[in-house]
Design a protein around this ligand. Structure first.
Ligand code: BTN
Length: 249
C-alpha cells in the first residue's frame, strides 16, 4: 500500500477539499491521496461550523485513508491526526503545541489548527477523509473580530515565516508513520502520544451536554477508544463520545 502523500493534487480554489474528495469515488479509491487548496470558499469545520479560509495564508488539505485497523478504532484517527500536526510543528518550528480533545492544535492557548475527520458511508472498504487546516502566515488580526482572541498563526507564535511545503511534508510523514503504528497494533502508543500533548486536568474546564442538561467539568483523561473522560463538578465522571463541547477559560 503506497504511503500517505504519494500523490498530491494542488488546486487554487475549491469549495472544500473534504467535500471534493467525499464526492469523487476515483479520489476515495486512492489511499494516501492528498488534495491541497490555496483557498476554500466553503471550508467546513467540526459540528457543521464554517472554516474561515484566508487565501495563501493557511495550509489546507485533505487526505484519503483506507484504515488498516478495525472500525471500532476509527475515532482514534482524529486524535492521531492532531499528534501528527503537533509533532510536525515541533520539529519544524521548535514550538510545543498542545492538543484539545479531540484534535484542536493549540499554541499559547489559541487554536492554530483544526481537523475534520469524516467517514464515507456504505461500500465494502471503509474510507476516511482527514481534513487539516493550519494557520501559517499572518496574524490573528487577519481573522474576523469575534475569533481573534481564540486563533493564532504559526508566524505569530514563532516570530518568523513558515515554509508551508516543508510543513505539509512533515505532517504527511508523521501521519504516515502513526497510521503504520496503528496498523501494527500500536493504538495504545498513539493514545499515549496524544495524552502527553493534551490539555487535561486541573486548570482546564469545559461544558458538555448530558441527559440532565449542560454540565461543567474537568477533562481528565481518555478511554482506550479515545473518548474523553470528564469529571463533573459533583465528582461523577462522564464519557464524552462526540458532539458539542465548550471549553471555558
Ligand atoms: C475545525 O476546526 O472544526 C476543523 C477545521 C478543518 C478545516 C480543514 S481545511 C481542509 C479541510 N477541508 C475542509 O473543508 N475542512 C478541512
Amino acid at each position: 500500500m503506497a504511503g500517505i502523500g504519494h500523490e498530491i493534487i494542488r488546486l487554487d480554489e475549491v469549495v472544500s477539499t473534504n467535500s471534493l474528495i467525499m464526492g469523487r469515488r476515483d479520489y476515495l479509491d486512492r489511499h494516501g491521496l492528498v488534495v491541497i487548496a490555496r483557498h476554500q470558499t466553503g471550508g467546513r469545520g467540526r459540528m457543521g461550523r464554517h472554516w474561515i479560509s484566508l487565501p495563501g495564508r493557511q495550509l489546507q488539505f485533505s487526505v484519503v485513508v483506507h484504515p488498516r485497523f478495525p472500525a471500532v478504532d476509527f475515532p482514534v484517527m482524529s486524535l492521531l491526526a492532531g499528534v501528527a500536526v503537533a509533532q510536525a510543528i515541533q520539529a519544524l518550528l521548535g514550538q510545543a503545541p498542545r492538543l484539545k480533545w479531540p484534535n484542536d492544535v493549540i499554541l499559547s492557548g489559541r487554536k492554530v489548527c483544526g481537523i475534520l475527520v469524516e467517514g464515507v458511508p456504505g461500500g465494502k472498504k471503509p474510507r476516511l477523509v482527514v481534513g487539516i487546516g493550519i494557520n501559517c502566515t499572518g496574524h490573528s488580526e487577519d481573522f474576523p473580530p469575534e475569533l481573534r482572541d481564540r486563533l493564532t498563526t504559526l508566524e505569530q507564535e514563532a516570530g518568523r515565516g513558515v515554509d508551508v511545503d516543508a510543513l505539509l511534508h512533515a505532517v504527511l510523514d508523521q501521519f504516515d508513520a502513526l497510521c503504520a503504528r496503528m496498523a501494527d497494533g500500536g493504538k495504545a502508543d498513539v493514545l499515549s502520544l496524544w495524552q502527553n500533548l493534551a490539555l487535561l486536568g486541573e486548570g482546564e474546564r469545559l461544558r458538555i451536554p448530558t441527559q440532565e442538561g449542560e454540565r461543567e467539568g474537568v477533562p481528565e483523561s481518555i478511554t482506550p477508544e479515545g473518548y474523553l473522560i470528564v469529571r463533573l463538578t459533583d465528582g461523577s465522571r462522564r464519557v464524552h463520545v462526540s458532539g458539542e463541547l465548550e471549553w471555558l477559560k
